[in-house]
Design a protein around this ligand. Structure first.
Ligand code: SAH
Length: 347
């Protein structure tokens, strides 16, 4: 499996080939990905044939597109059955890929489809990076009108908790930045708040972005939504985020999935604003995507507006995340749930 081998060790797979072949292959895999080895035009035909079945570490189980072609979503399947989701979103001036770091997730946030399904396994660094390569190969094959023809931004907001799979996520980021030549500033790690992981990431050489999934601004409510809060309470998460900001000189963002009657009241808006001011963070409000195993509902539009207005009045910098890909279950873990035979019509 080509992506399961470190980019520097590709030569080991090419016994009997001239040394420059490894450089050529690395260029194809990391800088100019193509969907099939048949398109690796400077490699000899026999080598393209030999490498063909080893190109992708997963098969494509589902590919869907939505929002008039500006959203593309994949459910990949590893040979051992692990599912891997990625969502590509084209905007004017940027093409953002949302990737998974684990198959499933052990964090058990109550409102998250992936959490409800439990943990399967960590993804390998190569499985994480291959999502980026596959999206780039897909874009090369069929670009999105009006958006860059390469992935310009990466967010670790698909399945899994990236900081619970630290070593492999780190290696995937290293490949993105040092091998594929992406800007570290265009890579955002989103975390439920694993404090030691935030601190380790702050000490890495790359100025990646950090998003913290807050969802509640006091420990009582947060512990109900995010079980990990019992281990890393709010004050510790906020302190780690502040240190990350200081170390990297990069604005941290706060994610807030808005749930009807749970965390959309004026009290939470006020407390959220206090945290956002302290961190000088940008707040991303995400309207809840309902999931089959929870009775939580999204806040009504008027409630979203009230919440945002209240937080802004208290000095927070807030935007509401657009809801791309609703009709293709492009929210965390939902396509996989659908494939696993959950009732249709939940998105
Ligand atoms: N584990 C990481 C990254 C994956 S989830 C984290 O927690 O940040 C990416 C974002 O989507 C998180 O903010 C998460 O809370 C949010 N999310 C999960 N399920 C959701 C749902 N059903 N509706 C809206 N947002 C959801």
């Amino acid at each position: 499996m080509l992506y399961l081998t470190a980019p520097e060790a590709l030569g080991d797979l090419l016994a009997g080939e001239p040394r420059y072949r490894a450089d050529q292959l690395r260029e194809w895999l990391y800088r100019r990905p193509v969907l099939a080895t048949a398109d690796m035009t400077n490699l000899p035909g026999r080598l393209r044939d030999v490498l063909a079945p080893a190109l992708w570490p997963f098969g494509v189980e589902v590919e869907q597109s939505a929002d008039r072609g500006s959203t593309r979503k994949w459910l990949f399947r590893a040979p051992d059955g692990a599912s891997i989701e990625a969502v590509l979103m084209g905007y004017r001036g940027r093409t953002t890929l949302c990737i998974s770091s684990q198959a499933g997730c052990a964090m058990a946030c109550t409102f998250c489809a992936t959490g409800q399904f439990g943990f399967e396994r960590h993804l390998e660094a190569g499985e994480i990076f291959a999502q980026v390569a596959y999206a780039n190969a897909s874009l090369r094959d069929s670009p999105m009108a009006g958006s860059p023809e390469r992935v310009t931004n990466i967010v670790f907001m698909g399945m899994g908790e990236p900081l619970a799979n630290y070593r492999r996520v780190r290696e995937a980021i290293r490949r993105m930045v040092e091998v594929a030549g992406m800007s570290a500033r265009a890579v955002t790690v989103s975390t439920v708040g694993i404090v030691p992981g935030i601190r380790r990431l702050a000490a890495e050489p790359w100025p990646v972005g950090l998003a913290v999934s807050l969802h509640a601004a006091d420990d009582d409510l947060r512990s109900r939504l995010v079980p990990l809060n019992d281990r890393y309470p709010l004050a510790d998460v906020i302190a780690a985020a502040a240190d990350f900001r200081a170390a990297k000189g990069r604005r941290v963002s706060i994610e807030w999935t808005l749930i009807d009657g749970v965390n959309d009241g004026p009290d939470q808006a006020r407390k959220l604003a206090a945290v956002a001011r302290e961190l000088r963070a940008h707040v991303n409000v995400i309207p809840l995507n309902p999931t089959p195993l929870s009775s939580d509902r999204p806040s009504a539009e008027a409630a979203v507006r009230r919440f945002v207005a209240a937080a802004r009045l208290e000095g927070a910098n807030v935007t509401v995340r657009d809801t791309r890909g609703r009709e293709i279950d492009a929210a965390c873990g939902q396509l996989r749930l659908r494939q696993a035979g959950e009732p249709a019509g939940v998105a």
